[in-house]
Design a protein around this ligand. Structure first.
Ligand code: SAM
Length: 349
């Protein structure tokens, strides 16, 4: 069969609109779950084009937070092979089941929380890429989740990408996700941009990132108070940092806690008081950074060098990595990263 005919055959047959199904099943958006639906097919088609458009033909896709299924329909209409959805709210089961049957049973529905969902065996074995550097496998992740979920989720997933676990056991699976506009801008912000923050460094260390387009809040039902950015992320074949994720996370967290100060000030916070003066000065000299530059002005390369030298020093000085400047004594029980703290930092810059 010709490709165009094949794609047409894989499209969904005519169905009641999502709005009609929402009314039929009484699926009012739950405010406490930050549910805002995208009912304009031009926008949901645009999200799917941002995920790869024609490249999705014959691909396997996972949609997170499908709700009543508006993006789900656009994904099917892109001629994909199979779709897996992960949805927390079981009220959407009937509308998703309609799509499952209309698609010829090419939809697998999982009721669950994407934050704890193990995606490492979700797709057929033969889709696994030969190795990490190989081109991404024909698998895509797409989602319009509540912002309270997408921000901690992306940090968790960046760690999974860095450790090649979860769905990234299949290779460099790309992501297309929506975020609050300000968060989307921070993910892609380059050095000297006023939006540059820890999330920019962490995202760009492990992924090529692109802000595809913005969606006005008024396009959602009900309308949220903010606008939305659609971000496409492809894991890098070689990450920009050579240290473990937890080390890069700690360095960026410590340095960005004072993003407007001369960088020497937060650099010192990486070390206990007795070693601070010598080690922070040495670190700056080794990476050739002027101590009066501000954290948001530093490049990825400079951050990467800083993290490598800091990590080398940690291997030589016992307990240095566990040192936490916020605690008066080193706290070995402090979580390595805390998504709630990070989420606050990300939203406030
Ligand atoms: N994708 C639909 C759209 O674009 O209209 C719905 C978007 S609505 C903003 C977010 C959806 O994610 C809701 O259906 C909600 O129930 C679901 N959701 C929220 N938290 C979730 C979680 N932790 N795991 C899976 N789904 C979640």
């Amino acid at each position: 069969m010709q490709t165009v005919q094949k794609v047409a055959a894989m499209r969904l047959p005519p169905l009641p609109t999502v709005r009609d199904l929402i009314n039929l099943f009484g699926l009012r958006a739950k405010k406490q779950l930050s549910q805002n639906f995208l009912l304009d097919p031009r926008i949901t088609d645009k999200i799917v084009r941002a995920a790869g458009g024609k490249k999705l033909r014959g691909a396997h896709v996972c949609e997170v937070g499908p709700g009543p299924g508006p993006i789900t329909r656009s994904i099917f209409n892109a001629g994909i092979e199979r779709l897996v959805v992960i949805e927390k709210d079981k009220r959407f089961l009937p509308t998703l089941e309609i799509l499952a049957s209309a698609s010829g049973n090419r939809l697998d529905i999982h009721l669950g929380d994407v934050l704890s969902f193990n995606m490492s065996k979700m797709f057929p074995e033969e889709l696994r890429a030969q190795d990490w550097a190989h081109k991404p496998p024909p698998i895509n992740i797409i989602g319009n989740l509540p912002f309270s979920v997408s921000t901690p989720l992306i940090i968790r997933w960046l760690m999974d990408i860095s450790e090649r676990q979860n769905v990234w056991t299949y290779g460099r699976v790309p992501l297309t996700l929506t975020f609050q506009k300000e968060v989307a801008e921070r993910i892609v912000a380059l050095e000297r941009d006023k939006q540059r923050c820890r999330l920019s460094l962490m995202s760009q260390a492990y992924c090529d990132v692109e802000l595809k387009f913005l969606i006005k809040g008024s396009s959602f039902v009900p309308k949220p108070d903010v606008d939305v950015g659609v971000v496409h992320m492809v894991p890098k074949s070689v990450p920009s940092v050579a240290v473990p994720f937890k080390v890069f996370e700690k360095v960026t967290r410590t340095v960005f806690c004072m993003r407007q100060k001369y960088c020497i000030i937060p650099f010192k916070r990486l070390f206990p008081e007795s070693l601070r003066h010598t080690l922070a000065g040495e670190l700056l000299k080794k990476i050739h950074v002027d101590p009066t530059r501000r954290p948001f002005q530093l490049t990825m390369e400079e951050f990467s060098d800083m993290a490598s030298i800091y990590w080398e020093t940690c291997q030589k000085i016992e307990g240095l990595f566990e040192y936490n400047f916020r605690a008066s004594v080193p706290d070995r029980n402090e979580p390595e990263w805390n998504s709630r703290v990070l989420e606050n930092e990300i939203l406030t810059g």
